[in-house]
Ligand binder design. Structure first.
Ligand code: A2P
Length: 272
């Protein structure tokens, strides 16, 4: 019998492959650009991004310093090298030992946009939920606030982004038409693609300057709380887009619900 101790990583998660990482970033940008064609969204976005044109607005979200140059990922358990309670048990659990190095399909069901973060919402399946161990209760009281730094814009990659978005217009995923305000009959539609265990699952696509990646999960939890408010549909503006619905939850919290999900490939492993 040989005794072994697991090496506990900074976090575990599903890591997108390079192609899907790139594709999801582009699709996210294309959807954001589509949302910016809705005047109500553009006006609100401008109120915190302070960009003078669409180019500036598209450059508002940046990859947080700690995530730069990495593949996109969906965190399943943040361990902080063992400082987080339960990290040892999680790392040495049968599910995690068997799951490491395996491929998983991640299902993207929407996007959340706030003055702090831009995230893709992930719907985990039963197998993936076995690997999920993030706190789900709202931690908004301890989450970082909006820093004054968020108002600074970086324009360096604007031209490159627009060139890529132009080429995206040829893609079948690219949304083309303009938005209309949804009527009361259409509001019967359920706008809660994820709830309960695992509903915090997301992929951080970008954060305002100075905002940490962890904030994306808090913003998603905040939105889920809004979704669970009785009669919320009658109190929010909802816009119908060709491939989904854009809803304004107030306080600059916007959610894009997609009518067709996007599936990406990922590898489950730890980040050390
Ligand atoms: P997310 O999963 O929303 O992207 P850091 O950027 O601090 O190095 O963290 C690495 C990853 O772990 C990030 O992707 C981040 O957020 C996630 N993360 C960071 N801190 C926490 C935390 N306290 N709880 C849960 N996830 C965290």
């Amino acid at each position: 019998f040989q005794h072994w101790e697991p090496i506990i990583p900074l976090y575990f998660g599903w890591f997108l492959n390079e192609a899907d990482s790139h594709m999801l970033k582009l699709v996210g940008m294309a959807y954001l650009e589509e949302c910016l064609r809705v005047p109500e969204f553009a006006k609100d976005f401008h109120s915190f991004a302070h960009a003078s044109d669409i180019r500036g607005m598209l450059d508002y979200y940046l990859m947080p310093e700690s995530c730069k140059g990495r593949m996109l990922h969906c965190t399943s358990k943040f361990c902080s090298f063992g400082d987080v309670p339960g990290s040892f048990e999680y790392t040495s659990s049968k599910n995690v030992l068997e799951g490491c190095g395996q491929c998983y399909k991640l299902c993207i069901v929407g996007f959340v946009m706030t003055p702090r973060t831009f995230g893709a919402r992930v719907k985990l399946d039963a197998e993936e939920l076995k690997l999920w161990d993030q706190e789900s209760e709202s931690q908004l009281s301890t989450s970082p606030g909006v820093s004054s730094g968020v108002r600074h814009l970086v324009h360096s990659s604007t031209h490159q982004n627009l060139t890529v978005i132009n080429s995206m217009r040829e893609s079948p995923w690219y949304p083309h038409c303009h938005a209309t305000l949804v009527s009361s009959e259409e509001l019967e539609q359920s706008f809660q693609p994820t709830k309960g265990k695992g509903s915090r699952a997301h992929i951080t696509l970008g954060c305002a300057e100075g905002i940490a990646a962890v904030t994306t999960g808090y913003d998603l939890l905040d939105v889920i709380e809004c979704e669970e408010t009785p009669d919320i549909a009658s109190r929010c503006r909802t816009f119908s887009l060709p491939r989904g619905w854009l809803r304004d939850y107030g306080k600059s919290r916007w959610v894009l619900y997609m009518c067709r999900e996007i599936t990406v490939s990922s590898l489950f492993t730890g980040y050390y």
